[in-house]
Design a protein around this ligand. Structure first.
Ligand code: PLP
Length: 435
């Protein structure tokens, strides 16, 4: 897939990519759509849309339940998608891939089940100050239930973890330790949805592991932009959503190391997740079904498999042909857009970028003096440009930077330089109208 000796033959062909996204032909307020809200949800290529609708047109049946042909086909298609996910994130076994409705469900599963397994009064869970609410609230609930404490890694002015990576200097110059003998769980995001920061998760996981701490990674913003390898990261659990990676909404994954998943109790009861049920007691199905109660989003899961295959086909096809062999071509393209947007936006008077880490994906959050982000978002929309405004489900991070919200543009493989220029021109026009 990512060969080292491929010839350099072809540049990144963004128009070829764009042609596969039907929605990009839509007009918004009579203007061509410029879609810069990919961190909230990405658009879907035709192959994914077709795969999902073909399931309903030709296969639709419940999985793992019937002996009839359609049920067998549905089961085979779903389990093929599980294998695609396994390969894409380099998990050791397909049964380490649990299908959920998204990152939020995956982390709730993790927090509920790990809480029951690990947390006792006085124990500690470590998160960071840049987490999405989905990676804060489930841990707060678990801590509250078991009398544990939530500890938070602070964030620097540039939007990075303030760790060394094991601690920071306090006023007296001694290092504050985030991990101690009561730390049971580390739950951190791979990439920040608000700042774009790519966190050095591998390094922190290695430190945590030395102390026997279970590690959970929120990969919601990483899966579409980084080459995620769960064995290389050596994390215990890894969560992501399909819809941020060109797949249908309502799909997600919790990867878990087999040995840990075997020990974790189920989090939801119902059909599919049991081996036997009597009125007195039930026993659990084997992995991954122990964690998959009820009928899953079968069409979406099959679409998720297709989305990952689509990414592999196009991303690595370009990567193979590009000067930067072995690197994700999508990521390189998005990084080029990020650099262009950063440079041009910074020429605007009073504009400040929140999140200036050295390692970033294509996410740019900014505030403008005396202008409300909501007004910027609304006036950009009038020009056909879709950006996100508000706190981006990271209220503690907004508090850290002393702002109520930001305007966020987030790039995907199909965005262009011309669109970035339209954004910059759009912001300038908006300011003229407002000032
Ligand atoms: N974690 C991060 C970093 C996110 O960016 C998001 C969504 O924006 C989530 C978790 C929650 O994802 P979902 O709404 O797909 O469950």
């Amino acid at each position: 897939m990512k060969t080292k000796d491929a010839p350099v033959t072809k540049a990144y062909d963004v128009e070829r990519i764009r042609a596969q996204f039907p929605i990009l032909r839509e007009l918004v307020h009579g203007k061509p759509l410029v879609y810069f809200d990919n961190a909230a949800t990405s658009q879907k290529p035709r192959r994914v849309i077709k795969t999902e609708s073909a399931y309903y047109a030709t296969i639709n049946a419940n999985v793992h339940r019937g002996v009839h042909t359609l049920s067998t086909r549905a089961t085979e298609a779903q389990e093929a998608a599980r294998e695609i996910v396994r390969r894409h994130i380099n998990a050791q076994h397909a049964h380490e891939v649990i299908f959920t409705s998204g990152t939020t469900a995956s982390i709730n599963l993790a927090a509920t089940s790990l809480g029951q397994l690990l947390l006792r009064k006085g124990d500690e869970v470590v998160i960071s100050g840049m987490e999405h609410h989905s990676n804060i609230v489930p841990w707060q609930l678990a801590c509250e239930r078991y009398g544990a404490k939530l500890k938070v890694i602070p964030i620097t002015d540039s939007g990075e973890w303030e760790t060394g990576p094991q601690g920071r200097k306090d006023a007296k110059g001694s290092t504050e330790q985030f991990f101690n003998e009561r730390t049971r769980i580390l739950a951190i995001s791979h990439v920040s949805n608000t700042l774009g920061t790519i966190n050095p998760v591998k390094k922190l996981i290695a430190q945590a592991k030395k102390q026997g701490i279970i590690t959970v990674v929120d990969g919601a913003q990483a899966i579409a932009h980084l080459d995620v390898d769960v064995q290389d990261l050596d994390c215990d659990l890894y969560a992501f959503s399909g819809h941020k990676a060109y797949a249908p909404t309502g799909t997600g994954v919790l990867y878990g190391r087999e040995e840990l998943l075997e020990r974790m109790p189920p989090w939801q009861g119902g059909g599919e997740m049991i081996e036997t049920v009597t009125l007195e007691k039930s026993t659990w199905a084997k992995l991954p079904f122990k964690f998959e109660a009820g009928t899953p989003h079968i069409a979406g899961i099959i679409g998720l498999g297709e989305a990952l295959r689509w990414m592999e086909d196009y991303d690595f096809a370009f990567a193979k042909d590009s000067a930067e062999q072995g690197k994700s071509a999508f990521a390189a393209h998005e990084h080029m857009l990020l650099e262009r947007a950063t440079k041009e936006l910074l020429t605007i008077d009073g504009l400040r970028i929140i999140g200036t880490a050295k390692e970033k994906v294509g996410v740019i959050s900014f505030v403008i003096e005396d202008v409300h982000h909501y007004d910027i978002g609304t006036l950009l929309d009038q020009q056909g440009i879709a950006v996100r405004t508000g706190h981006h489900c990271t209220q503690p991070l907004m508090d850290r930077f002393g702002v109520s919200g930001t305007t966020r543009a987030s790039f995907a493989c199909f965005n262009t330089c011309a669109e970035v220029d339209a954004l910059v021109a759009g912001v300038k026009k908006t300011l003229k109208m407002l000032r």
